[in-house]
Ligand binder design. Structure first.
Ligand SMILES: *Cc1c(COP(=O)(O)O)cnc(C)c1O
Length: 383
């Protein structure tokens, strides 16, 4: 009966960018202006991020991954250096460390929050630890104050992977204001999206200057300076740089998205609360734990099955899909993937969450009726 009615309804999407006519118009206007890279829209987006994050600098790049690589390069972190990172993260976090030539050292997570366990970070510190790359998983801020203390004692820098957490709040401060360097993603799955894109925020002026140079082949003059300067002001290329630029077409979409951030956060938080209230009455599932000092942006809504392992979780995924509800397994365990299997680390909490976790649809356009349909289906699945 329920199966039949659910099948008549269109399937519920898992994730959707929150785009309207404003994003279309902004992109079209940038194209019409002819200044599509290194221009005023990028400057505007960088200013919006810097204001939001209470930092003096924001540097736009082509993705989180290229941004993280650039930060490692600019800070001189490479071969022989260790970077502590949770394995329970999108594999990009780990790959960026390897691209820079450094060695990832995996830390375990707290299974209640899915975020890296500061005690486990502390136990993994060695004389070669140069950086800690904690992740705000699913948009919930990691325990950054403890992590900063550990890093301080170790003489390492914290580079916060905030790919998922634009708009999240930790102890009344926005993510971005908490660490020496923070990197956001603007991929289509993230709360503020430009399709692809990344943003690095920092109060370190020198670092910001180097990031701006390196993203643009280390060219000594910006596009603005070349447009307004004398025709014989030639640029130079003092070191080997990269092309990690983001276009002004993307940036113009990001400007509109930043303007909608509060509205998007409000709706995501409403949906998450509805899920949490319902899950608290269902013994088959464990809702994510949110520490009282954190207010996540709910980029993703992840939960775990209370009992049974990977098979039970997979059964839930199959039943939700069969009933027109798109869902996904939860955050992956990077150390189980072929490039990292040889490290042979033991991360019991990470493996537990990777096996039992899954994610439900969450995005501003998801209606209350759809949320209720999803909750109703979870209640009916017998696991
Ligand atoms: C999405 C994501 C990334 C990668 O971001 P890109 O912009 O696609 O490079 C990195 N870390 C985490 C935790 C992510 O969720």
């Amino acid at each position: 009966m329920t199966q039949a009615t659910a099948l008549q309804a269109p399937p519920i999407a898992f994730a959707k960018p929150c785009f309207g006519i404003e994003e279309q118009q902004a992109a079209a206007q940038t194209v019409a202006s002819g200044w599509v890279v290194g221009g005023p829209r990028l400057k505007e987006l960088e200013q919006l991020f810097a204001e939001h994050c209470e930092t003096s600098n924001a540097v736009g790049v082509s993705s989180w991954t290229t941004g993280a690589f650039l930060v490692f390069k600019a800070l001189g972190i490479g071969p022989g250096d260790e970077v502590i990172v949770p394995s329970l993260t999108f594999i990009a976090s780990v790959n960026a460390i390897v691209h820079a030539g450094a060695t990832p050292v995996f830390a375990d997570v707290d299974p209640a929050t899915f975020n890296v366990d500061p005690d486990d970070i502390a136990s993994k510190v060695t004389s070669r630890t140069k950086a800690i790359l904690p992740v705000d998983q699913i948009g919930l801020p990691c325990e950054i104050d403890r992590i900063l203390e550990i890093a301080n004692e170790a003489g390492a820098i914290v580079i916060q992977d905030a790919a998922c957490s634009i708009g999240s709040v930790f102890r009344d401060r926005p993510v971005g204001a908490l660490s020496p360097v923070t990197i956001f993603s603007m991929h289509a799955r993230k709360v503020v999206t430009t399709g692809e894109g990344g943003m690095i925020v920092t109060n370190d002026e020198e670092l910001a200057i180097r990031l701006r140079l390196l993203r643009h082949q280390a060219m000594s003059l910006t596009d603005f300076q070349r447009h307004s300067g004398s025709p014989t002001d030639f640029e130079s290329y003092p070191e080997v740089g990269y092309n990690f630029r983001i276009t002004d077409i993307q940036a113009s979409i990001g400007v509109v998205q930043m303007g909608k951030l509060d509205k998007m956060l409000k709706r995501r938080r409403e949906i998450a609360q509805r899920y949490i209230d319902a899950l608290n009455t269902m013994p088959a599932y464990v809702a994510p734990h949110v520490p009282s000092h954190s207010n996540p942006n709910w980029q993703s809504f992840q939960l775990t099955v209370a009992k049974g392992g990977v098979e039970t979780r997979n059964q839930v995924l199959r039943e939700l899909h069969a009933n027109g509800i798109s869902c996904r397994r939860g955050v992956m365990a990077s150390h189980r993937e072929p490039p990292y299997q040889d490290l042979r680390v033991e991360l019991p909490n990470t493996e537990h969450v990777a096996d039992q976790g899954f994610q439900l649809p969450i995005y501003p356009d998801l209606s209350d009726d759809e949320v209720d349909t999803i909750i109703g289906m979870l209640e009916q699945i017998s696991v």
